[in-house]
Design a binder for this molecule. Structure first.
Ligand code: ATP
Length: 246
């Protein structure tokens, strides 16, 4: 309890065989908030999202301790499709779209596991098309023909098709030109304004801290700093290590 319908991660520990990737990580995404997790390569950011979405087993990882809940509902122990049905949906790193399927079919695939009926699906598709008009224009094209930025839009749009309460976003700006990264950031803001909470994992700390209400710094599997995003953005430590300010 404590956070309304917020996402609460408590003392979460994860291992890949003998490798300990997360050690007693605790964080909270209050309802309606954007929360970002910063950290360098291998800090455990992707692992955290996989543990929340319960897709860790597909990558050879196991949760060795801790809990994940959404409001009163425990998510740890659920299969991944039930986590989606509970309202938590992950956009994986690297714009993993189905390249040989059409844009429309990619979006349709995003509704598998969601709890909504036909009307909810139609509303979700309208929302995605409003956020990303290009996905309506290219509906019948193969997803593999889209640009990198458009594929990222499709990956986000597919996750939104399940009408999640909480969107888990793994490095949405990775590998995108700065202008496209800014556009994706604007859309994340818009998605949040529409009421979806966001847990955003980013190496681009400048973008992430601008979007987020609250931020956590993850180093070698442990939370070393956390606080309001504007306070972290002003801290010497974060400026030096993550914002490249000397
Ligand atoms: P990046 O930004 O490079 O993706 P990250 O912060 O997302 O980094 P993770 O990918 O979560 O970090 O990795 C955390 C640790 O777990 C690293 O030591 C990594 O080598 C290890 N790891 C990640 N995935 C696996 C896996 N499938 N099998 C074994 N070890 C893994």
């Amino acid at each position: 309890g404590g956070g309304g319908a917020g996402l609460v991660v408590r003392d979460l520990s994860v291992g890949y065989g003998p490798v300990r990737a997360l050690r007693e990580v605790s964080l909270e995404v209050p309802e309606g908030a954007v929360v970002t997790v910063l950290g360098g390569n291998g800090a455990g950011k992707t692992t955290l999202l996989r543990a929340v979405s319960r897709t860790l087993a597909f990558h050879g990882g196991t949760v060795t301790g801790g809990t994940v809940s959404l409001g009163d509902r425990r998510l740890d122990g659920l299969p991944p499709d039930r986590v989606v049905a509970a309202g938590v949906c992950q956009v994986p790193e690297g714009r993993q779209v189905f390249a040989r399927m059409t844009v429309a079919d990619n979006l349709r695939a995003g509704t598998f596991g969601s709890s909504g009926g036909r009307t909810a699906r139609a509303a979700a598709l309208r929302r995605v098309h409003e956020l990303f008009p290009v996905l309506a224009e290219r509906a019948q094209q193969h997803a593999g023909l889209l640009s990198g930025g458009e594929q990222q839009m499709l990956a986000v749009g597919r996750a939104l098709m399940a009408a999640p309460k909480v969107l888990l976003l793994d490095e949405p700006s990775l590998g995108l030109a700065p202008l496209m990264a800014e556009r994706i950031a604007d859309t994340v803001r818009e998605i949040n304004d529409q009421g979806t909470s966001v847990l955003l994992v980013e190496q681009n700390a400048a973008i992430a801290l601008r979007l987020a209400d609250r931020a956590y710094v993850l180093e070698v599997g442990e939370v070393t700093l956390s606080g309001p995003a504007d306070e972290l953005a002003a801290s010497d430590e974060v400026r030096r290590r993550y914002l490249g300010v000397v």
